[in-house]
Design a binder for this molecule. Structure first.
Ligand code: HEC
Ligand code: HEC
Ligand code: HEC
Ligand code: HEC
Ligand code: HEC
Length: 386
């Protein structure tokens, strides 16, 4: 019977072959339709929230402008997370098998704690994807061409023309647009804790000691009243570590008329130490130079005093690497963090002052950041880290 059918199919008559092609075609259409339906179903808010419902991403999104706004146009999860174009969409769906794996086999975000622990990793992946595609999904709805920039809010009017000129992309400046930002500082906080741990076992006889935090400097081992303050990431030279405190020498430059401050470099407002009035006469003064550019007089100085044996490290490499991370994490949320060499050392003071209000940095973190940026500025170029 089968043999006969087979023979029949391959017989001269073209009819069965045509039937086969038609049947195949219909099958294809059904498969195609089913495939597309599957694509549609898996591309809805309902589908996404069937897994992501209990997580803050959904709750936060529901309070955002993309869920409800004056124009009544809603951007749903797939609008921002799944490409519209065929090729990239299929690729995204294949990548989604990773999500299936993490849903059913190795759950990664099934409890609030696990979600929080993974949030930064996931967000970074989204940022990277959006950067690579030049924020393609955002541009399905928005474009610079159709924006009435002069009708926008002041900050947008300032930043959008800059973005067009510099070719930066939406996600460079619009992170946290639909969900709360992950805690970027958590990783750097951990790095700082490790530095503090390291400081507990530091050898106070090392050739150099670098401060982790703002610290007092005293005239004597026993004094309770400080003679000045040494700023974070300042490197001092231990002279005698035998006492309760460590006796150290802070060196640098002082400007005529501002003798209370010891700066790290001549002509640059990079603070090492601020001294009290009574300590100023005890400063050792060396050669004085007159800067050609400004006519200012700067003198090489050093001050010897006593510091508590805490919050110091002998090798500062890890501290600078921490400062670099702190900078990236704090300053690349709303725009690309400019390279430290984008500004002069003295300009960084004003720039940072206007921007720290946007961050949750502590006073000491601000001081460390300022020093990091100043020491890597256009006119210092990382030369004078010590
Ligand atoms: C079967 C459950 C499930 C469904 C349905 C689901 N997700 Fe996910 N999703 C996950 C899991 C689990 C992770 C974490 C993956 C990991 O740990 O790497 C995740 C991670 C993500 C991430 C962050 C990481 C990245 O690579 O982009 C985004 C964005 C995301 N999902 C969006 C969506 C959207 C949009 C939809 C609807 C089209 C959706 N998900 C549907 C389970 C799901
Ligand atoms: C499905 C279309 C759609 C997509 C995709 C989309 N948006 Fe929007 N976006 C809107 C609508 C609609 C509004 C609200 C307009 C209004 O205020 O009435 C909006 C508002 C905004 C606003 C103004 C926010 C505010 O506080 O007023 C910003 C910024 C923005 N979108 C950025 C983005 C970015 C970045 C992406 C990509 C990650 C994106 N949008 C993706 C439609 C979309
Ligand atoms: C260089 C940074 C930067 C880039 C890049 C950028 N934006 Fe903005 N955008 C801003 C700032 C700053 C605001 C004002 C935010 C505020 O007022 O809180 C803004 C505001 C907006 C608004 C609201 C405008 C208003 O006043 O109603 C929309 C919509 C928007 N951006 C969309 C986009 C889209 C889409 C892209 C990518 C095509 C993009 N932006 C790229 C910085 C940027
Ligand atoms: C307007 C665009 C937009 C919409 C709509 C949107 N997201 Fe996101 N989503 C983002 C961006 C941008 C990020 C990257 C992190 C950030 O900047 O907040 C992100 C990050 C995520 C992450 C990674 C974890 C995290 O918190 O960063 C998940 C998971 C996620 N989205 C799921 C969803 C789900 C589920 C929906 C719908 C309920 C949704 N998103 C709707 C833009 C969007
Ligand atoms: C919460 C968002 C946000 C954070 C975080 C942020 N900035 Fe900004 N930044 C802006 C906005 C908005 C502007 C433009 C308007 C203005 O000057 O306020 C801007 C402008 C700037 C400019 C000037 C750009 C120019 O050429 O005119 C610099 C430089 C800058 N930021 C550096 C930083 C540094 C450094 C940090 C970290 C300490 C930082 N920003 C953190 C939002 C932010």
């Amino acid at each position: 019977m089968i043999k006969r059918l087979w023979q029949h199919m391959w017989a001269a008559s073209p009819l069965p072959l045509a039937a086969l092609i038609i049947a195949g075609g219909i099958g294809g259409v059904i498969f195609w339709g089913g495939f597309n339906t599957a694509m549609e179903v898996t591309n809805s808010l309902e589908f996404c929230t069937s897994c992501h419902e209990m997580q803050p991403v959904y709750q936060e999104y529901k309070t955002s402008v993309h869920y409800q706004n004056n124009s009544g146009v809603r951007a749903e999860c797939p609008d921002c997370h799944v490409p519209k174009e065929w090729g990239p969409k299929i690729i995204r769906k294949i990548q989604a098998s990773n999500e299936l794996y993490h849903k059913f086999i190795a759950p990664s975000i099934d409890t609030p704690e696990k979600f929080e622990a993974n949030r930064l990793r996931l967000a970074k992946h989204v940022w990277q994807t959006m950067k690579e595609t030049d924020s393609r999904e955002c541009r399905n709805c928005h474009s610079f061409e159709t924006m009435k920039i002069d009708g926008q809010r002041e900050k947008a009017q300032k930043m959008h023309p800059k973005a067009i000129k510099e070719g930066s992309t939406c996600i460079d400046c619009h992170k946290g647009i639909a969900h709360k930002l992950p805690d970027l500082s958590a990783a750097s906080k951990q790095a700082f804790e490790m530095l503090k741990e390291q400081s507990k076992t530091v050898n106070y006889n090392s050739s150099h000691l670098t401060t982790l935090a703002t610290a007092s400097i005293y005239l004597n081992d026993e004094d309770s009243k400080a003679a000045g303050r040494v700023l974070p990431a300042t490197t001092v030279e231990p002279v005698d570590s035998g006492g309760k405190r460590v006796k150290v020498k802070v060196s640098g430059w002082s400007q005529k008329g501002a003798e209370k401050i010891i700066y790290a470099m001549q002509g640059q407002r990079i603070f090492n130490t601020a001294l009290s009035k009574t300590a100023v006469p005890l400063v050792d003064r060396g050669e004085t130079i007159t800067l050609e550019s400004t006519g200012q007089e700067w003198t090489a100085v050093s001050f010897t005093g006593f510091m508590d044996k805490k919050n110091m490290i002998s090798e500062d490499k890890a501290l600078w690497s921490y400062a670099g991370d702190l900078y990236e994490n704090s300053c690349s949320v709303c725009h690309n963090a400019p390279s430290p060499s984008h500004f002069m050392a003295n300009q960084w003071i004003g720039v940072l002052k206007s921007m720290v209000r946007y961050t949750a940095l502590s006073k000491d973190e601000q001081r460390l950041l300022q020093r990091y940026l100043q020491l890597n500025a256009q006119d210092t170029g990382g030369k004078g880290k010590h």
